[in-house]
Design a protein around this ligand. Structure first.
Ligand code: HEC
Ligand code: HEC
Ligand code: HEC
Ligand code: HEC
Ligand code: HEC
Ligand code: HEC
Ligand code: HEC
Length: 410
């Protein structure tokens, strides 16, 4: 028998403990998208391999808090100035209270703003700063191929300017969530929107693709013996169009008008219900589709796509960082293009096995974007922004280049 005194003692200890536990539970950082979302960190316990591999991808890192580790441009003297050539310049500065882009006019300081958010990191990086609840792009971006600071795309090339507003659309493709505050003053001339700063979920997280997963997490935590997935979309059960839409929500260019927020879109949804397609000829003719951001449109114009059942996942595993691995990508071509199927490359007999390492440079060459052009410095030198075309085809010019390269190796 437990004495009354022991019982009382137990109670005295239990009450604060239970209070502490509820406190702790309530303090669990809530997901800004609502309680139907669990947050990526909760996926680790059951999907450790996917998680550990995914966090190193360009998707996951596409937006991050700006810091020395996420900014690849240099702050060192001699490498930290961009000059417009007319007495105006921007300097990247490490100050006591943070990292800054600072504008100067004939040596006199004017505007200076802090690096707050880094976007990108593969070919280019651009940076955003907060002013109250508004987001703006900083004037200087970093270009990996040039290893230097360049004028941010869309900014005037003759003066220091810090006023390019960032709209929600930008974040819909480059983050998992941000809440836009209602603004009655919004008009065609006033496009500066306000955000709830604390609602930003950086990067493209698991649930940005897979949809809200709190029920999935709760169910499988409660019933660990169940090995069949519950309360989450099964990718293999989707139609081809649904599979394509899951990527096209961010990879079909930026010409269509969204009638519902793309943040709500999840795997299994139909993209046509989210936007009004812009049928202007430049958006439907594959010859004028821009390589930047429109892999969906370009792929759809390829014979491979039309004459097979392929989707983006035929060649891409989005949980892994695979960019640059052209041997791996070429293997996915050779899954369909085989001697048995009588559709191997016409050049195979002539060139031999060397082509098996790289079908890509000849049939999916990197092409310059017309949407993004980079000005390296006051020389106004235009540097092309190259993106792999997804119009898989025969490109005689590229073939010549690759052949010359192959021959030079022999
Ligand atoms: C308590 C364990 C558990 C947690 C936590 C968990 N899952 Fe799962 N999940 C499972 C099980 C079990 C399956 C079924 C077996 C498998 O595919 O691994 C599954 C399968 C999946 C599938 C494949 C579904 C299908 O049918 O193709 C996806 C996608 C998924 N989980 C996403 C997530 C995401 C996103 C999170 C984090 C927000 C998460 N899971 C957290 C247990 C869990
Ligand atoms: C929420 C928007 C979004 C969705 C959904 C999305 N992507 Fe992306 N994807 C991006 C953005 C933004 C980038 C550029 C990331 C960067 O470099 O900062 C990107 C980059 C990529 C890259 C280049 C990766 C690299 O290492 O350079 C590939 C490949 C890719 N996406 C494939 C896919 C596929 C396949 C799907 C569908 C399964 C998909 N994406 C779904 C937004 C998205
Ligand atoms: C860019 C979109 C995208 C993101 C982000 C993403 N996934 Fe996936 N995931 C997919 C696609 C597409 C498939 C189907 C792949 C297949 O079956 O080949 C998939 C399949 C899965 C599966 C089942 C197959 C497997 O590989 O086990 C699990 C589990 C899963 N994802 C968990 C996660 C978790 C956890 C995260 C975050 C760490 C995550 N995913 C992030 C697109 C995404
Ligand atoms: C419709 C979706 C979409 C929108 C909107 C969008 N982007 Fe992107 N962005 C992408 C995709 C996809 C890529 C990478 C592949 C490519 O170039 O096609 C990319 C690439 C980038 C890169 C280079 C990333 C790298 O790692 O090399 C930067 C920087 C960038 N975008 C910034 C922005 C900014 C700033 C905005 C808003 C003003 C914006 N993007 C709007 C989809 C989008
Ligand atoms: C899912 C199967 C599949 C995959 C994967 C695939 N293709 Fe194809 N491809 C086809 C089919 C089907 C055709 C059209 C008929 C034929 O040649 O058999 C075709 C046609 C082509 C053509 C002729 C295009 C033209 O306009 O005449 C080229 C070149 C080509 N593919 C290259 C590639 C390359 C390079 C890859 C990898 C990046 C690849 N394919 C991946 C199925 C595929
Ligand atoms: C037939 C194979 C194949 C298919 C199908 C395919 N891709 Fe790709 N993708 C590639 C190859 C190859 C590259 C170049 C990889 C590299 O250079 O590292 C690439 C690169 C990319 C990039 C980076 C482009 C750049 O230059 O920055 C994005 C984004 C991308 N793919 C998205 C998609 C999306 C979205 C789909 C579906 C609409 C898709 N891909 C379908 C083979 C494919
Ligand atoms: C050096 C450049 C180069 C490389 C590397 C290359 N191809 Fe080709 N490919 C060509 C050219 C050029 C043609 C058109 C030849 C002709 O019509 O005489 C062609 C034709 C094709 C065709 C169309 C065949 C037909 O029946 O019309 C396919 C399919 C193809 N290639 C697939 C591949 C695949 C898969 C790989 C990688 C294993 C590859 N190619 C590597 C340049 C290349």
């Amino acid at each position: 028998m437990i004495s009354k005194r022991t019982l009382l003692l137990i109670l005295v200890f239990l009450i604060p403990l239970s209070v502490m536990l509820t406190e702790c539970y309530n303090n669990k950082k809530e997901d800004a998208r609502g309680e139907i979302f669990a947050g990526s960190a909760t996926c680790i316990s059951c999907h450790k391999d996917v998680y550990n591999s995914y966090i190193h991808t360009a998707h996951f890192e596409t937006s991050r808090p700006a810091a020395l580790e996420t900014i690849h441009g240099s702050f060192a003297k001699g490498h930290n100035v961009f000059s417009f050539g007319n007495g105006m310049s921007v300097t990247m500065e490490k100050r006591k209270d943070g990292l800054y882009q600072a504008g100067y006019e004939h040596g006199k300081p004017n505007t200076a703003e802090k690096f707050d958010i880094t976007i990108g990191g593969v070919k280019a990086e651009t940076y955003l700063y907060w002013k109250g609840n508004k987001l703006f792009e900083l004037p200087m971006s970093y270009f990996s191929v040039l290893h230097r600071w360049t004028n941010s795309p869309g900014y005037d090339t003759g003066r220091v300017d810090f006023n390019r507003p960032i709209v929600r659309r930008c974040m819909e493709c480059h983050s998992s969530y941000i809440n836009e505050l209602p603004n009655p003053n919004l008009s065609l001339t006033n496009r500066t929107v306000e955000f709830d700063k604390s609602s930003l979920i950086y990067g493209i997280d698991c649930e940005r693709c897979h949809g809200p997963a709190a029920n999935h997490v709760n169910f499988h935590t409660q019933f660990p013996e169940v090995k069949k997935a519950k309360y989450i979309t099964t990718y293999n059960a989707l139609t081809r169009q649904q599979k394509l839409d899951a990527c096209a929500v961010c990879h079909s260019g930026n010409k269509d008008v969204f009638i519902r927020s793309a943040f709500v879109f999840k795997q299994g949804d139909t993209l046509a219900k989210f936007k009004e397609h812009n049928f202007a000829p430049q958006n439907t003719n594959p010859a004028t589709l821009d390589v930047h951001g429109n892999q969906n449109g370009l792929l759809a114009s390829s014979k491979c796509f039309v004459m097979s059942n392929m989707n983006c996942n035929t060649c891409h595993n989005v949980h892994k960082k695979e960019s640059g691995n052209l041997v791996l990508y070429s293997k996915s071509c050779m899954n369909c293009h085989t001697t048995a199927n009588h559709n191997v490359c016409k050049l195979l007999p002539k060139l031999g096995d060397v082509i098996k390492k790289n079908c890509i440079d000849c049939h999916m060459p990197a092409k310059p974007s017309n949407l993004i052009q980079v000005e390296a410095n006051d020389s106004k030198l235009k540097v092309p922004y190259l993106v792999r075309t997804h119009r898989i085809a025969i490109y005689p010019q590229e073939t010549k280049k690759v052949m010359a390269f192959i021959n030079s190796q022999n």
